[in-house]
Design a protein. Structure first.
Length: 338
């Protein structure tokens, strides 16, 4: 994380310089002193909020609150904000404790300068793994932040929470009931955490939150020069037919001869996923398990691209080779125990 350290006094400057010297791979610290900036910190605060992952105010809490108030949007985008008094006694997580990482930052600052970390989020103080931290740790997409907050609040209050997941990871919470399915309602459960990349999933629980894991792998082949918009449209069409969310795409894979196809690269950017390239030799090792095309063999040296690519990426094959307007797609899905 890139952190802006902000000081207002001589003692604050000394603390700021100590943090700068303790910069690491986890935290890169840049120090800004109020009296060294034309117009003061207020004149550059928007820049700091936009450019840095977190801010450490070495000041009174009130100063940090008043300066930050115009720039607070919501917990999904707000930077981490930590406040340290200029005596270096306390390191207070003030804003965006979970998603922004202010709780961890406050602990690091405290350890670095010998201050006492002050964490006020209820889930942390009760030893509960909040839903948002669980999602961040496992790279799950949170479908609705209000639902996430509601379920976390229920955990803080000690309610029994059901947990249904396609993946192996289980949230840490003492009063958790693991659910094999969502069709049969468990009356002992007050709320449910659902971890699934299904677009629509049936259940009868009023209180719930849905987390989307990245467990969908897509193998792709296409004619030369296919536009990115056509590939994106084809992927969305196929996923919709399979009742799968595009947010669950983990990786797109193809053969080396297609690694510079602009359309495939644009699709990866659009879906925010990496592109995995397989060599001809890697494809040949598994191509006998899938449908064969002599045309493809004569053109690029293997009988098939999309199915072997999806298979090699991992997971259970959900489709064979699906042809859509010059694009060939195959889908595999990773789930627990496989």
């Amino acid at each position: 994380m890139k952190i802006a350290c902000i000081s207002f006094t001589q003692k604050g400057k000394e603390i700021g310089e100590k943090l700068v010297k303790s910069s690491s791979e986890d935290y890169i610290i840049h120090h800004f002193s109020n009296d060294e900036i034309d117009g003061g910190i207020k004149s550059i605060l928007l820049f700091l909020v936009m450019e840095y992952d977190g801010l450490v105010f070495i000041s009174a809490t009130g100063i940090a609150v008043r300066l930050m108030t115009p720039y607070i949007i919501n917990k999904t985008v707000d930077p981490a904000v930590v406040v340290v008094d200029d005596e270096g006694i306390f390191s207070i997580s003030l804003l965006s404790g979970h998603i922004g990482g202010a709780n961890k930052l406050a602990q690091w600052v405290g350890h670095t300068i010998g201050a006492i970390p002050v964490i006020t989020t209820a889930s942390d103080n009760r030893g509960i793994q909040s839903v948002d931290l669980f999602a961040i740790k496992n790279n799950y997409y949170m479908e609705n932040m209000e639902d996430v907050k509601d379920i976390t609040a229920m955990m803080v209050n000690g309610d029994t929470i059901g947990f249904y997941s396609e993946m192996d990871e289980i949230i840490k919470y003492d009063k958790l009931l693991l659910l094999d399915n969502l069709k049969n309602k468990n009356l002992n459960v007050q709320g449910v955490i659902i971890v699934s990349s299904q677009e629509q999933i049936y259940h009868t629980y009023e209180k719930h939150c849905k987390l989307i894991p990245k467990n969908i792998n897509i193998g792709i082949g296409c004619r030369k020069g296919i536009e990115g918009s056509r590939i994106i449209k084809a992927i969305n069409y196929l996923l919709k037919n399979l009742n799968l969310s595009p947010k669950g795409i983990k990786t797109i894979g193809t053969i080396k001869v297609k690694e510079h196809e602009i359309g495939i690269i644009e699709a990866c950017r659009y879906f925010n996923c990496p592109l995995k390239i397989f060599t001809i030799d890697e494809i040949k090792k598994v191509e006998q398990n899938f449908s064969k095309s002599q045309f493809v063999k004569d053109t690029i040296g293997v009988y098939s691209v999309s199915e072997p690519s999806a298979y090699l990426l991992g997971g259970k094959m959900l489709t064979g080779k699906v042809k859509i307007n010059g694009i060939t797609l195959s889908i595999a899905k990773e789930e627990k125990y496989g």
